[in-house]
Design a protein around this ligand. Structure first.
Ligand SMILES: Cc1cc2nc3c(=O)[nH]c(=O)nc-3n(C[C@H](O)[C@H](O)[C@H](O)COP(=O)(O)OP(=O)(O)OC[C@H]3O[C@@H](n4cnc5c(N)ncnc54)[C@H](O)[C@@H]3O)c2cc1C
Length: 591
């Protein structure tokens, strides 16, 4: 991969400037990456989509056969060392596979249950013996994997699990409890199960379905993802060998959290993949469907939708690729030894949560508009729009709900600031001095080169984020964690900030490289940033009004107005431009 991506710490984008040449983008994919994308796409179109009806009828032999095919194609072992049957490719490759497999959402869930939730924790935390025993057969698809963390009483509060592990006289473990919502539960062979040793020490275990006392409960009847298995896993004095503890006793939270960090990030990538597919479907439908004597794509209201779907997808795609570039640069910068891959995921946990929340909410927006563009046909099963809509809804619930991830985004940044890992507090103080000084200059409205104004706006969003975080820390101190609404506003600002800056940097790189469709990159980045400015202002005003009142609030709002002066842009024209190009090509045109 392109080695120009600089090594930076997670979260540092908030405090530092980034040059467009330093950012990884989809335009920098290598021929090998493109080959993986094509292989995955062909597999989905030629083998998974034709089998969807059988999957939705819960024919798990078909699911098993498709997982086996994934193994044959190498898709399950993208990030697995070669000695265990994997391909040992970069993280960009695994992002691409997640993104491209998303078109078949039910199967993407099964795939994720295997690759992201079972294979990955064994790669990260398994002993050499555990890796040798399980990985080759999981990577080939001979064995199906799953991950059982949630219980009926502990979902978001996962560490409150009640499943118990006690050591028998022979040294083996006995696990008792009931896990809920296990993806692939109905036909999995190997399950990463979380239980508390003696009711206290949260620990991960590798459990085989064939161990005595292990069974699957009934299939859940779900709103969507009908083609993926979701069941309870019942553990009735289940016997697990002493050697099957995954990671250390009492350190199960590390296994759970590191697995979820990368899983979340890849769910962001899957969401982008879902957006791309739906935009293509919507554009083709809008070109064909005629009302009032013309294609509905000719109407401004439909152009608005297609343009906005494209702009938001572009921003999310830009931030997901930028993040995987940062992770790769971190690993390549000498941080790839031992458990360092897990540490890299931890380092970019803020970005992973941003990708998860931003990606899944953009997907729901895009899929909702896709239904709307299809009119009545969007509401019936003859068209894919209906299934996409139902299948996507769960993305905001699993891999940490979006509420929990919204708390994590500012929460993790503040914690790193307090620990001195990121110079957040000093930056917030400097900004406060600058903003409250009587001579503080009003923001300039540039009339410079292309995207100068948008780049300046993204810089202003960072200042707003720091202003809200700094004021919140000052106001609530240690109790900030209890102020969820303020944290939610801060998260929204941070998501828009990272997305807008990523879009602008990518578009600038496209312009500088005279890339095909560079002017569409520019339009997407400009349309996204203009609307983001309004969202950032709304979130900041709401947060500040909860943090201060009277003269202090008036001073803060005056400072906000000075910082966030963004020149108006004709987003109607930008969206029309994007929509027309998307309809002309019949596909999402920018990735
Ligand atoms: C189709 C499907 C597949 C799944 N696959 C798996 C799997 O393979 N393995 C697995 O272990 N789990 C899996 N899950 C479970 C999933 O991870 C949980 O449903 C999820 O973590 C939410 O937990 P919960 O359902 O108990 O909701 P709750 O935690 O009860 O949350 C309910 C609501 O309260 C909010 N909330 C909870 N706590 C807080 C808080 N502290 N602050 C603010 N708001 C809060 C939530 O955001 C949510 O809106 C799956 C779920 C589904 C539906």
């Amino acid at each position: 991969m392109d080695t120009t991506t600089a090594v930076r710490k997670g979260g540092s984008w908030l405090l530092e400037e980034t040059a467009h040449a330093d950012v990884f983008t989809p335009e920098k994919l290598t021929e090998e990456h493109r080959l993986i994308a094509r292989t995955t796409e062909e597999f989905v179109v030629q083998e998974v989509l034709p089998a969807l009806e059988r999957l939705e009828a819960k024919d798990w032999n078909t699911a098993r056969a498709l997982i086996r095919r994934c193994g044959e194609l190498g898709l399950l072992g993208v990030n697995v060392p070669e000695e265990y049957g994997g391909l040992a490719l970069d993280k960009v490759s695994s992002l691409i596979v997640s993104e491209r497999i998303a078109q078949a959402a039910s199967f993407a869930a099964s795939f994720g249950g295997q690759a992201n939730l079972c294979i990955l924790p064994i790669v990260l935390f398994g002993t050499p013996e555990q890796k040798a025993r399980y990985l080759p057969r999981l990577v080939s698809g001979e064995l199906v994997g799953a991950y059982a963390l949630s219980e009926s009483g502990s979902g978001s509060d996962a560490l409150a699990a009640r499943t118990r592990a006690t050591r028998g006289p022979d040294g083996d473990w006995r696990l008792t409890g009931e896990k809920m919502w296990t993806t692939n539960g109905g036909f999995a062979d190997v399950i990463v199960v979380f239980a508390k040793v003696d009711g206290e020490q949260f620990t991960a275990f590798i459990v085989e379905k064939g161990f005595p006392g292990v069974s699957a409960g009934k299939e859940e009847h779900k709103m969507g993802l009908h083609g993926s298995s979701t069941t309870p896993i019942l553990l009735q004095d289940a016997r697990v060998p002493a050697s099957n503890v995954l990671g250390d006793i009492g350190k199960g939270h590390k296994v759970a959290l590191n697995t979820l960090d990368f899983g979340r990030f890849k769910l962001g990538g899957m969401s982008v993949g879902g957006c791309r597919t739906a935009i293509g479907d919507a554009a083709r439908y809008a070109a064909e469907r005629r009302q009032f004597g013309q294609p509905i794509a000719a109407f401004g209201a439909i152009k608005h939708k297609l343009g906005e779907m494209t702009a938001r997808t572009y921003a999310m795609e830009s931030l997901v690729y930028r993040t995987v570039g940062l992770i790769e640069a971190w690993l390549a910068g000498g941080h790839a030894e031992g458990g360092a891959v897990a540490q890299a995921f931890e380092q970019f946990a803020v970005e992973a949560s941003i990708a998860k929340v931003g990606g899944t909410e953009t997907l729901d927006y895009v899929l909702d508009e896709n239904v709307q563009i299809h009119g009545g046909n969007g509401f019936v099963k003859d068209y894919t729009a209906e299934r996409y809509y139902r299948d996507a809804r769960v993305n905001r619930i699993f891999e940490g709900t979006n509420e929990i991830n919204r708390l994590l985004i500012p929460g993790m940044l503040v914690r790193r600031g307090v620990k001195g890992d990121l110079p957040l507090i000093a930056a917030a103080r400097r900004l406060q001095d600058e903003l409250l000084a009587p001579s503080s200059p009003a923001a300039r409205l540039d009339e410079g080169g292309p995207l100068d104004e948008e780049a300046r706006a993204a810089g202003a969003f960072k200042k707003v984020a720091l202003m809200v975080l700094g004021t919140a820390m000052q106001t609530f101190g240690q109790k900030l964690g209890d102020e969820q609404e303020v944290l939610g506003y801060a998260a929204d600002i941070l998501i828009d900030t990272y997305a807008a800056e990523s879009a602008v940097l990518r578009a600038r790189a496209a312009l500088a490289g005279r890339h095909d469709h560079a002017e569409l990159h520019q339009a997407a980045a400009a349309a996204f940033t203009a609307d983001a400015a309004q969202r950032v202002e709304h979130a900041a005003r709401s947060a500040l009004a909860a943090l201060a009142d009277g003269d202090t609030l008036r001073t803060l709002l005056a400072a906000l107005r000075r910082v966030l002066k963004v020149a108006p842009v004709n987003t109607v024209a930008l969206r029309r431009h994007l929509a027309d190009a998307t309809v002309a090509q019949g596909r999402y045109i920018l990735g």
